[in-house]
Design a protein around this ligand. Sequence first.
Ligand code: FES
Ligand SMILES: [Fe+2]
Length: 434
Amino acid sequence: MLSREKNETLCRVEGNAPMGQLMRRYWMPVLSAKDLAAGGAPKRVRLFGEDLVAWRAPDGNLGLIDEFCPHRGASLVLARNEDCGLRCIYHGWLMSAQGKVLETPAEGEDSTMHERITFANYRVAEAGGLVWAYLGPAEEEPPLPNFEFTRYPDTQILHLRARENANWAQCLEGAIDSAHSNYLHSNGIRASNTVGAVTEHGKGEHLSRPSNDGAPKLDVETMPYGFRYAAIRKPVLDADKNKYVRTTLFVVPNASMIPAAKGWGSMQFFVPIDDHNTMFNYVVWKRDGAIDEATIKQYDANMGLHVGTDLDENFVSIRQRENNWMQNREAMMRGESFSGIHGINMEDIAVHESMGPICDRSKEHLGASDLAVIHFRRQMIEAAETFAETGRSPRDLRPAFDYGRLRTGEGMVPHAERWQVVMEDETPEPVAAK
Ligand code: FES
Ligand SMILES: [Fe+2]
């Protein structure tokens, strides 16, 4: 459990809240690159409680500025996308990506008022098929995002999104909580008695894993980028010889990495829209070539994040609190579904939202299976408190190393061996316990 005060520190991201200010020191994924056509329609983006508009100019340059026109507040989502900036359709003012008003035609040629006006404008960059934004002070801007997938072309990357009506920490905690997969996702992820028959794309309608152990033992290791943990389960076969290990990374401040099928990778980014809403970004990549249509269709079927049926064009789910996330009680009674909710990711979203926008963590009862969640809270609350005291990001949360080397892993490990042997690649050394 957390005191109300610590819960506020963890969750609040708007205005001057330390957590939001800390998170602004990192690049955040905000759109898919393909959402913004050169000279095309600007897109509304809300981040940390700020309403912004993003666009790609006819020359290909990206911009991210205050959504509301500095004249009298018309939305620039409606603006004309012109060579030098966005032109408001109300009185024709022209706003640049650098936060300058370039023209105020209704004021007459002699007017100089535009020279004294500024408005919010932020850095935007493109990497790994995503558009990223940096909302922190210019002098603290970190290097551009450099994850494994940012080196691949867009054709090898799948970017799924959904808006969650829940605080960012609540959503992220689901991604570092291995035990829930045995229950909430028991229809989408099933035990298999074939060793190695784990997450296979393009085959069957469910994912499988070589264990039906519903009480994993968790082991957490603090790392320079955040932490990693192993969920250790009894395998279906040879439980006397082996343990089944699955590792997950928490990457400060709001990302996680979970194992994917062989030759694939995946990350999740929980980007705060405001205190009560989060954009869930699920990035999946294929290392050796373009992702085919069949795989994309399978993701659509399994995850419950298909735009047009599950989600509207703003990634808002048709399954919401008001309709109990369209839970199918008949399917539960018939034994066809444990949760009664369609799609693995939609199951996650339903439980996150069901807690209310900001969960009251003073009423919780955490157990051994919540070890990674506890570690996450401790790490991020400490970081936000340090930030609030010193005004600086804690040094150990801004490490200088190659994020492109981050990997997860899963597999069978002999009992005598360390679980770390399943990590696919060499990752940075753990940080000594404080
Ligand atoms: S409100 Fe935009 S130009 Fe007047
Ligand atoms: Fe989940």
